[in-house]
Structures are given as C-alpha cells and as structure tokens.
Write a protein that binds this ligand. Structure first.
Ligand code: SIN
Length: 329
C-alpha cells in the first residue's frame, strides 16, 4: 500500500461457532446441521468483500454450539477483547456466535469491557451451507459496524438481519425466524442498507447500566435460574443451594411473583443474606420486589439477571450494591 492510500480500520474477529459456522449435508436442510463446523478462515473466505471495509484479523476462540459456552469462556473472552482494545490493536471487535445464547455473551461483554469502541456480536439463523445463508452478509455488516466511527459509545451491539440492536436490551424471540432478535419496548438502534449503518439516535448507553471490572475476577460463582409456575415447589431452589450456588434468579410470573412454596423458600434465603433475584418470565416489563423479600430485576430478563448477579457477587458487592445494579436510583 502506498503512503497516500487510505488506511482501513483494524477489526478483530473472534469466532466462537454457532449456526453462522454451521454445515449441513443438504443445502435445503436448515434443521439438521452441525453448528460450529467451519473455522474463521472459512467464514472470511465466504465474504472477500470484507477486506475492502477493514483490515481484518481473525481468531478461533471456540467452535461450538452456543449452548456449550460457559461463564469461564465469557470471562476469558472479555479479558482478551479488553487487551486488544487497550493495546490499540483494533478499532472495533466482532464476535461470531451461535444465536441461542448470543444475548448472554453480548450482555456480559457490554457490562465488562470498558471502551467506547464498537463491540459487535453477530450470528446467523441458517447454516453456512444453506441456500440464502444469512451469515455472510451479517458478518460483512458486523465488520462494517465495528469499523464505523458513528457506532462508538453505544455499548455492545447485536447485528443480524440488517438490524442493529442494543446488547443490553435485545433477546432472542423466535426459535427459527431470521428476524429473531428484538427489544420490543426499546426498539433497534438502527439498521443497515447494504454495508452502511444508519442510526436512529445519537450515541447513548442504556440508563443505569452497571459496569464491572473483570481484571480482578478469576472465577465466577454458580448462579442458577429457577422457573416459577403454578405448582412450583422449593426443591429446585434448594437443589441450587445444595450444589453451591451463591445466588439464584427466579423467572417469576407477572411483575415478580413466584408460587407460594418458592416465595417462602426465597424469603428464608433472603433473610440469611443469600441473594434471590426475581425477574419476569413474561418477556417484557419491570420486575419489582420489596427489598426485605428479595431483589427485583427491573427490566433485566432472567438469563441476563443471572449474569449481573454472577458479576456482582464476584466483585464482592453487598446486597444494597447488588440491588442497585438492577434498580439504579
Ligand atoms: C447455536 O446457538 O450455536 C445454534 C443456533 C444458532 O446459532 O442459531
């Protein structure tokens, strides 16, 4: 490249597997395929145009279905990304990921990587071998987003199906459709036309988003999610405590009500200082709880509340600090 040639921004891509890297025996079979089959080089080779947008480097972090990803992996990934950004090795980060637990990884990175540079988590709903696979365009757009100066200071973002979503709010809403990631109350941050992002609003972060410093965390505690229903007993909550959980999230009904047996067991635990967070299984809205009965998760869904609680416990927060992570003043 000559001195006068325009320098492309550096984007680092961490590949973790998922359907975006999935391969099927038939190009018409989008159901029976192996997630995490194709390596990072194969993903890049499918989108040669990516090299016109950014100076891309790839790293195979994992190659698995996202249901196999563990919290220790998230901790390691967050630290690797922080290192890349702190050392000025990248202007933006892309993480390719299975869509099933994508929102958990995206949320974790949003809460733990301290940066104004874009971190974009991208997946696909159709395997790479499918007719009309969605992965290549999603990857191209994710890279364009990570390289874009206007994408800064917006927190981590999720990119699929032309839509730019806040990692804090978005969730997987459909098991099969391409248009699965949504934040039905908060909406999208923007959208793509070809490889150009358009934002609806200027840069902002979600109100009250807590930030955690992973540099001193070497391990995350066990935090389980217990699903409430009309007949829910206390057994599963007790089983979590017995297996060493340091906190539990209840996916409760309505705005934070669990079955009588679960409520009673949760109350007993709360009185001992064991944190029990009540979220709502409805998918939207604000979960509340009087502080003496537990902690309401506010707008955070159960799988994300689990991440907040793990990080807060690993940071040695007291119960008031934990509560503030969900219900900022
Ligand atoms: C996965 O989450 O690894 C499989 C499903 C997908 O990526 O859509």
């Amino acid at each position: 490249m000559s001195d006068t040639a325009e320098k492309l921004p550096k984007v680092k891509i961490f590949a973790t597997g998922g359907t975006i890297a999935g391969a099927s025996k038939s190009n018409t079979d989008n159901l029976h395929y192996q997630a995490g089959s194709i390596g990072i080089q194969g993903l890049l080779d499918a989108v040669p145009e990516i090299h016109r947008i950014a100076e891309v480097s790839g790293e195979q972090f994992l190659n698995v279905g996202s249901h196999e990803i563990r919290s220790q992996d998230l901790l390691k990934l967050s630290k690797l990304i922080q290192e890349q950004l702190d050392e000025g090795l990248a202007e933006g980060i892309v993480v390719t990921h299975g869509t099933d637990t994508l929102e958990e990884t995206a949320f974790f990175l949003d809460l733990t990587v301290k940066t104004d540079k874009p971190i974009v988590i991208v997946g696909a709903m159709r395997p790479a071998t499918a007719i009309s696979a969605d992965g290549p365009l999603n990857l191209l757009q994710a890279t364009a987003l990570a390289a874009n100066l206007q994408a800064r200071s917006r927190g981590a973002m999720v990119l699929l199906n032309d839509r730019i979503q806040s990692a804090y709010y978005t969730t997987k809403t459909h098991a099969n459709a391409l248009d699965t990631f949504r934040a039905s109350e908060q909406g999208s941050l923007g959208f793509f036309q070809n490889a150009t992002p358009h934002f609806y609003y200027s840069a902002a972060n979600p109100t009250g988003k807590p930030q955690f410093n992973c540099s001193k965390i070497s391990e995350l505690p066990i935090v389980d999610v217990v699903y409430s229903h009309q007949d829910a007993g206390a057994d599963l909550l007790q089983a979590s405590v017995d297996r060493g959980a340091k906190g539990v999230v209840i996916a409760a009904s309505g705005n934070g009500w669990a079955s009588p047996a679960l409520e009673l067991a949760a109350l007993k635990l709360t009185k001992t200082g064991f944190p029990v967070v009540f979220s709502t299984r409805t998918g939207n809205g604000f979960a509340i709880k009087p502080i003496e009965q537990g902690i309401g998760s506010g707008l955070i869904n159960a799988q994300k509340a689990r991440i907040v609680l793990m990080l807060a416990l690993a940071s040695n927060y007291n119960s008031e600090q934990i509560s503030q992570c969900f219900n900022p003043a």
